[in-house]
Design a protein around this ligand. Structure first.
Ligand SMILES: [Zn+2]
Length: 79
């Protein structure tokens, strides 16, 4: 039997990846570093509305391939 602790209901399943942000993420950033990740590898960062720009900017200045999708659209093999 599974018993739920009170805190579990409020904890977000998709929490923003930005430092010190605990907001619910609206977007998933799929990216890879071509120097260390293979062609098919995808890393996932989650971003709330507020931090989407900051996180995409961080990756794009490094020239990493990047795709932004809704959190509901995260591929099963990404991570
Ligand atoms: Zn955030």
């Amino acid at each position: 039997m599974v018993s739920l602790r009170p805190g579990d209901a409020t904890r977000s399943e998709h929490e923003c990846s930005a430092k010190r942000c605990r907001a619910e993420a609206a977007y998933a950033l799929l990216w890879r570093n071509p120097r260390i990740h293979g062609e098919t590898r995808r890393k996932v960062w989650l971003a709330c509305e507020e931090h989407r720009e900051q996180l995409t900017g961080f990756l794009s200045v490094r020239g990493f391939p990047l795709e932004v999708v809704p959190v509901s659209g995260i591929p099963a093999d990404a991570g």
